[in-house]
Structures are given as structure tokens and as C-alpha cells.
Design a protein around this ligand. Structure first.
Ligand SMILES: Nc1ncnc2c1ncn2[C@@H]1O[C@H](COP(=O)(O)OP(=O)(O)OP(=O)(O)O)[C@@H](O)[C@H]1O
Ligand code: NI
Length: 263
């Protein structure tokens, strides 16, 4: 897939009641179909607000200005169908009283029009794709019986069950230890490549993102500071803020990371 997947023009978002400062202010950004785009920024810079705006998940009473275009979809994305969301805490997206199999199958059944039987077969295939150990047993397990990394694999399987065009990972690896973090990043990278999905990888960790994304967009105080290919942002950042973010990760300067940590 290529071409523009989504165009933002002067997108502004102000949450309702008692807030007069914008959470996003005049954002111009194009997202190409099939690209892996990292959204980087400090806490409160507006990263999750951008994800919610794209997904149409802003709370009621939020003021939205500017325009959003979806040239290839032709309509705003439908939750669960056109995009999948993976959050920091899979506990919040997984239902504690449903088996892993039930929750993954539900999305496939509803959005792809499969029978329960077909949906269960697809759910087990998805658990294999996210490299869940013993997928047949995992189908019958409940979320609390899994480790944090395994729950995140399940959340990813559920997010891609309906073959979305866009996958949004919002701090999806932040709660995991570095080894599991690297595994989940490698998994996401493989899945979006295989399926030609567009990936929005939201993180405060520029080093982690730089290892596998195509482009980086840096946010600060509701504004887009700069956006560009990983190499140019890392080697010649336009803003002092980006330079400072890079400087705080000395290991970013080492060639293996720039060349990609993922062989
Ligand atoms: N539901 C909400 N109602 C009111 N204000 C909100 C709401 N959600 C976020 N904000 C405010 O909007 C601004 C941007 O928040 P946002 O969650 O987008 O930042 P972020 O970059 O994702 O931060 P973090 O890295 O901590 O997740 C912040 O000032 C935040 O307090
Ligand atoms: Ni956030």
C-alpha cells in the first residue's frame, strides 16, 4: 500500500469544560499508507490525544478544529474494523471474565462476519501469529493466568483480528521489561510488514522507536515540533528540543541502532 493514508490540516483539539489550552494546536501531518510512524514526546505533549482524534475516540464536549482526510478509506475509520488499538495496560482492554479465545474470536466474528467456529479457528491462528506459547491452551485461559508480555500479545491479536488498515500502539511496551519490550516491538514490526498495515507507534522513548520505524514526529506542548525520516531526525534534528531528546539517549548515536536493531 502507498499514497496518503491520512492527512491532518491544522488539527486542533481542546478538551471541554474548564480547559482553555489546547491539547493539540494546529497540527499539519500526512501519514503514508503502510508506513511505521513514531509519535514521540514528553508526558502531556498531546500524543494520546492525536491517537484518540484519529480514531474518533475523543470524549464528548471536546472541541476539534481543522480537518482530517482519509483518502484511501474514504471515510473516518470505524473502531475495531479499520483500526486496532493497543494500550500500555492490556488489563484495561481485556475482559477479565472472558477466555482469551472468546475475546479474540468476538472481534473476528463481529467485523468479518465469521461464524463462532470460524472465528475460534482464526483466533487460534492469531495467537500463533503473535507467537503465544501453546496457543491451544491459551485459547482457554483467562487474562489473569498470563504474564504481562503474554497479555500484550493477546491484546495485539485482538487488535488485528478484523484486519485493520491502521494499528495504533499507545505506549504499548512501556510497562514491560526491556527484553519483553524488544520482543513486542519485533512482533509489531513483523505484523505490520506482513499485513501492510500502517502503524502509529506512540512512545516517550525515541531510542526504542528509532530502531524500527520509518519516520518520527516529535510533539511538544500540543505542537508538532518536527517530522521526518528516522535518519534525518536523528542525524540533523531541526529543533533544540529534539536534539535534547536524542542527547538524553547517548546510545542512539551508535550505528547499530540507526541501522535498525531488528535484523
Ligand atoms: N480526557 C481529558 N480531559 C481533559 N484534559 C485531558 C484529557 N486527556 C488529556 N488531557 C490533557 O491534554 C493534554 C495532552 O494529553 P495527552 O494524554 O494527549 O498527552 P500524552 O502526550 O499522551 O502524555 P503521556 O505521555 O503522559 O501519555 C494534557 O495536558 C492532558 O492533561
Ligand atoms: Ni499518552
Amino acid at each position: 500500500m502507498s499514497g496518503i493514508f491520512c492527512s491532518l490540516r491544522q488539527l486542533s483539539v481542546t478538551y471541554g469544560r474548564g480547559r482553555n489550552s489546547a491539547a493539540l494546536d494546529g497540527i499539519d501531518l500526512d501519514i503514508a499508507g503502510g508506513e511505521r510512524l513514531a509519535i514521540i514526546g514528553e508526558s502531556g505533549s498531546g500524543k494520546s490525544t492525536l491517537a484518540r482524534a484519529l480514531a474518533g475516540l475523543l470524549p464528548e464536549g471536546t472541541k476539534v478544529g481543522g480537518e482530517m482526510f482519509w483518502p484511501s478509506l474514504g471515510h473516518p475509520p470505524r473502531p475495531g474494523r479499520d483500526f486496532g488499538f493497543v494500550f500500555q495496560d492490556p488489563g484495561s482492554s481485556l475482559n477479565p471474565v472472558l477466555t482469551i479465545g472468546e475475546q479474540i474470536a468476538e472481534g473476528a466474528r463481529r467485523h468479518l462476519g465469521l461464524s463462532w467456529k470460524q472465528a475460534y479457528i482464526r483466533a487460534e491462528e492469531l495467537l500463533e501469529r503473535v507467537r503465544m506459547p501453546q496457543p491451544d491452551r491459551a485459547m482457554r485461559a483467562f487474562p489473569h493466568q498470563l504474564s504481562g508480555g503474554q497479555r500484550q500479545r493477546v491484546a495485539i491479536a485482538a487488535a488485528i483480528a478484523a484486519r485493520p488498515a491502521l494499528l495504533i500502539a499507545d505506549e504499548a511496551t512501556s510497562a514491560l521489561d526491556v527484553v519483553v519490550q524488544a520482543e513486542i516491538v519485533r512482533l509489531l514490526d513483523g505484523l505490520v510488514r506482513e499485513d501492510g498495515m500502517t502503524l502509529l507507534f506512540i512512545t516517550h522513548d525515541i531510542a526504542l522507536a528509532s530502531g524500527f520505524v520509518d519516520r518520527i514526529a516529535v510533539f511538544r506542548n500540543a505542537k508538532l515540533v518536527e517530522a521526518g525520516p528516522v535518519r534525518s531526525v536523528l542525524s540533523a534534528p531541526e529543533s533544540d528540543h529534539t536534539a535534547a531528546l536524542i542527547a538524553s539517549h547517548r546510545d542512539l548515536a551508535t550505528p547499530p541502532l540507526i541501522a535498525g536493531v531488528l535484523p
